[in-house]
Design a protein around this ligand. Structure first.
Ligand SMILES: O=c1[nH]c(=O)c2nc[nH]c2[nH]1
Ligand SMILES: [Zn+2]
Length: 458
C-alpha cells in the first residue's frame, strides 16, 4: 500500500544480533512510498535544514522527541485471536482441563459472525496498540469467521498469518471437524480466501494449523502435511507443553518415536513449521527440530499461568534453533509482546536457579526474540525485525515519561519515569521492564500509520 515518503528523525534502537542492541541517538531513516527503508543515517549532524538528502526535500518529517525513540514492531509468533475475551480467565486449571472448561466453549461460539467480528476487531486493534506489527493467529475451525479475521487484519493494516484450526477428535461434538477430509477442505478454503484478498501474501498469509497432536487423527495430520507440501503455505501447532499432554500423545500415537516424530512422520516438521511451547522436548527431539529447521514460539506467560513448565531457551538458542516469542492469549493473559519479553527474562531466571547462570536471558536477548527472532520464526527475516535498507518500515515510536524539577512526571506515559541521568540503554531497559501500551504512541506497518495515541502528533 502506497504511503507518503517519510524521514523518521531522532533516536532509533534495534537488535543487530542476539547480544547487540544498537542505539543511534541522532538517526534518520528514509522510507519510500512503498513503505521500504531507503536509507539509514546513523549520525545526522543538522536536522534543521533537511538538505542532507537530495531528493527527499518534500518527504514528511516524523521526529521523535528527546524522550522518544523508534523501535522495530513486535512479532507475536503465537496468539489465539478467538480466545481474546478469556484473557486473564484460567483459574487454577492446567492445559487439558483448561481446553475443556474455558477454551472449546468460547471457540465453538464462533459460528456467530457478529460475535467473531466484535472480538477479532478488538484483538487486532489491541495488539497493534501494543506495537505488534506482525501476529501469527490461531482462529477457530469456522471458515467464515477465519476469513473475517484475515479481512480485518488487512483492513487495519496488521501483517498477519491467519490459521483455520483443525481438530477432528478429543473435543465436544459441537466443536470438531467432521473428518480428516473436511479439515483439509476447510483449510484449503481459507488459503484460497487469503489468496483472493492478498494474492502474493504481501500482508496476510494463510497458515495450516493442526491444533496439536491430541486433537488430530493421524489421517488429518497426513492430509495437512500433503496440503503443506502442495501449497508451500506455512504451518503452526503446539508441541510438548505439558506433561499430561506428552503422555497422551504417547498413548494416541504408540508407533511414533516421539511427539516431534508425530509431526515429522506426517510431513509437517519443515522449516516453515512454528511449534509453540517446546517445554518437554527430549535431546533427540531437539536434534530433529534443528535438523528440520523448524521454528519455536516461546510462550513463557502461558507456560507459567497454566503451570505447564519452563522451556529451556538457552539450550535451544545454543543449538542454533530459531526462537521467537508468543503471547499465546489466552493461555497467556496479555496481548503484549513487551510483557512476554519480560516474562521470558523472568522465567529464564527461574531456570537459572536450577540450571545455572548461563540460562539467564538478557534485556538484549529478549528484545531480539521479540523482533528479529520472531521475524526468523515467520520466515520474514529479510523484511522485518530491524532497521536495514530494503526492509519494510514496521515500527513503533516509544515515548518515555520524564520527571521534571518539581518532581511531577508525565501522566500519560505510565510507569516509565526518566530522572535525567539515564543513558539510552538504561532508557530502553526501563521501557522493557516498566513500560506498556501508553508508551507506544505510534505504530507503522509497511510505512502505513496503523495506530496512534490521541496525544501523538507527527
Ligand atoms: O496454550 C495452548 N492453547 C491452546 O489453545 C491449545 N490447544 C492445544 N494446545 C494448546 N495450548
Ligand atoms: Zn496456543
Amino acid at each position: 500500500m502506497a504511503a507518503r515518503k517519510a524521514i523518521y528523525l531522532g533516536t532509533f534502537a534495534h537488535c543487530k544480533t542476539l547480544q547487540e542492541l544498537e542505539i543511534c541517538p541522532n538517526g534518520a531513516i528514509g522510507v519510500d512510498e512503498m513503505g521500504v527503508i531507503a536509507f539509514v543515517d546513523r549520525h545526522v549532524k543538522d536536522t534543521s535544514g533537511l538538505e542532507f538528502r537530495p531528493g527527499w526535500e518534500d518527504a514528511e518529517i516524523v521526529a521523535a522527541s528527546e524522550s522518544s525513540f523508534f523501535f522495530p514492531g513486535f512479532i507475536d509468533t503465537h496468539i489465539h485471536a478467538s480466545q481474546y475475551p478469556n484473557a486473564g480467565i484460567f483459574g487454577n486449571s492446567t492445559l487439558l482441563d483448561w481446553l475443556n472448561i474455558y477454551t472449546f466453549p468460547l471457540e465453538g461460539s464462533f459460528t456467530s459472525l457478529s460475535k467473531a467480528s466484535r472480538i477479532y476487531n478488538r484483538v487486532v486493534s489491541r495488539t497493534l496498540s501494543h506495537g505488534t506489527t506482525t501476529a501469527t493467529y490461531h482462529a477457530t475451525i469456522h471458515v467464515p469467521a477465519t476469513n473475517l479475521l484475515a479481512d480485518i487484519c488487512k483492513q487495519k493494516g496488521q501483517r498477519a498469518f491467519v490459521g483455520r484450526v483443525c481438530m477432528d477428535r478429543m473435543s465436544p461434538d459441537y466443536y470438531r471437524d467432521e473428518n480428516p477430509e473436511t479439515a483439509v477442505r476447510d483449510s484449503r478454503a481459507c488459503i484460497e480466501h487469503v489468496r483472493s484478498i492478498d494474492p502474493k501474501f504481501e500482508l496476510i498469509t494463510p497458515v495450516i494449523t493442526p491444533r496439536f497432536a491430541p486433537s488430530c487423527s493421524e489421517a488429518s495430520l497426513r492430509g495437512l502435511g500433503e496440503l503443506h507440501e502442495e501449497t508451500g503455505v506455512p504451518c503452526q501447532t503446539h508441541i510438548s507443553e505439558n506433561k499430561s499432554e506428552v503422555a497422551l500423545v504417547k498413548e494416541l500415537f504408540p508407533k511414533a518415536k516421539s511427539y516431534t516424530h508425530v509431526y515429522d512422520d506426517c510431513g509437517l516438521l519443515t522449516s516453515k513449521m512454528i511449534l509453540a511451547h517446546a517445554v518437554y522436548l527430549s535431546e533427540e527431539e531437539r536434534a530433529l527440530i534443528k535438523t528440520r529447521d523448524a521454528k519455536i514460539s516461546h510462550c513463557p506467560a502461558s507456560n507459567t499461568a497454566l503451570t505447564s513448565g519452563a522451556a529451556r531457551i538457552r539450550d535451544l538458542l545454543d543449538r542454533g534453533i530459531t526462537v521467537g516469542l508468543g503471547t499465546d492469549v489466552s493461555g497467556g493473559y496479555s496481548p503484549s509482546i513487551l510483557e512476554e519479553a519480560r516474562q521470558a527474562m523472568l522465567v529464564s531466571r527461574h531456570v537459572a536457579m536450577q540450571d545455572g547462570d548461563g540460562a539467564k536471558l538478557s534485556t538484549e536477548e529478549v528484545l531480539y526474540l521479540a523482533t528479529r527472532g520472531g521475524a526468523r520464526v515467520v520466515g520474514l527475516e529479510d523484511k522485518i525485525g530491524g532497521f536495514e535498507v530494503g526492509m519494510d518500515w514496521d515500527a513503533q515510536m516509544v515515548r518515555l515519561g520524564t520527571v521534571s524539577g518539581d518532581g511531577q512526571g508525565d501522566l500519560d506515559t505510565g510507569l516509565v519515569e526518566l530522572f535525567g541521568g539515564e543513558d539510552w540503554s538504561e532508557c530502553v531497559a526501563k521501557w522493557l521492564y516498566t513500560g506498556d501500551d501508553r508508551n507506544t504512541v505510534a505504530v507503522w506497518v509497511k510505512g502505513r500509520l496503523v495506530h496512534q495515541v490521541a496525544t501523538y502528533r507527527p
